[in-house]
Design a protein. Structure first.
Length: 285
């Protein structure tokens, strides 16, 4: 078994500034902490990661990329999804060029989940996202369910842009005691509509963080099933969202996903979800 985790965060408040960090997350999460989190997992033949920007100060974007690059070997990071202010349109081009010069940078994320509806439809944002496509980079879309229609519109406006949806669009999953599914009908309709765009893939990540209480694997299965049915086994990829999904220790979440995959996919399809899809989409080969 091999796992290419498509959604890893690393940070250190002593190195960079993260205004959103609080509580148990406000401490260093680096390679040592990652290896400790992986310690209880059965040994894998191969394990690697794609780092996703962790919302440090915008002016520290390049510093974050440089810091993670310095840890890449120790943390088995094969790719970096960096931050860029795409809403600045062509003015973001110089920063994108600078980021692209780092061979580890494979994608860009401008976090949209706290932006107003239609932010990703604005002319400046579409222009900036077009620069991402021209540079051969992937765009990570971190949105809430009501913004899925905006991601679909962006995919239509830029069919050459490869988009990866983070965390299944953050659906309302409820809790182990009160699962939300099948009440999440709007999310399901919009996720299926988004999946009709061939330039969009989806990360199976982040669901434990969306739980309103203690989570269970059974609670999350319908959401995973919907994503797999909508996108197919060639356009979904495993991600841990470590350490943000702190309520889900790494072995528990990865074990839940692998157990679910064993009942839904062939071994070849499971390898695609756990490794090959992320490798292909982020152009790591």
């Amino acid at each position: 078994m091999r796992i290419l985790d498509s959604h890893l965060h690393l940070w250190d408040p002593a190195v960079l500034t993260y205004g959103w960090l609080e509580g148990p997350l406000r401490r260093r999460f680096g390679p040592d902490e990652l290896h400790a989190a992986l310690g209880e997992m059965p040994e894998q033949r191969e394990r690697a990661f794609i780092f996703v920007q962790a919302e440090c100060l915008p002016e520290q974007t390049v510093a974050e990329v440089d810091w993670v690059s310095s840890l890449a070997v120790q943390a088995a990071v094969r790719g970096i999804v960096a931050r860029a202010p795409l809403e600045q349109g062509a003015e973001a081009g110089d920063l994108l060029e600078e980021l692209r010069a780092n061979p580890l940078v494979v994608g860009i994320r401008r976090n949209l989940q706290d932006e107003p509806r239609s932010f990703a439809r604005r002319d400046g944002f579409v222009e900036g996202a077009g620069c991402v496509a021209r540079l051969g980079l992937v765009f990570d879309a971190c949105v809430r369910p009501e913004q899925l229609v905006d991601v679909a519109a962006l995919a239509d406006a830029l069919p050459e842009l490869i988009i990866v949806l983070d965390h299944l669009g953050k659906p309302p999953v409820g809790s182990a005691e009160r699962p939300a599914y099948p009440d999440a009908t709007t999310w399901e309709t919009d996720i299926r509509e988004l999946a009709a765009r061939p330039n969009v893939s989806c990360k199976l990540s982040g669901l434990p963080a969306e739980s309103s209480g203690e989570w269970s694997a059974d609670q999350l299965v319908p959401f995973l099933d919907t994503a797999l049915e909508a996108f197919g086994p060639d356009r979904v990829m495993f991600g841990s969202d470590w350490p943000v999904s702190v309520r889900a220790d790494y072995p528990r979440w990865s074990g839940a996903v692998m157990s679910w995959l064993s009942t839904r996919t062939t071994p070849e399809e499971a390898d695609a979800v756990l490794w090959r899809n992320a490798e292909r989409v982020y152009r790591l080969v």
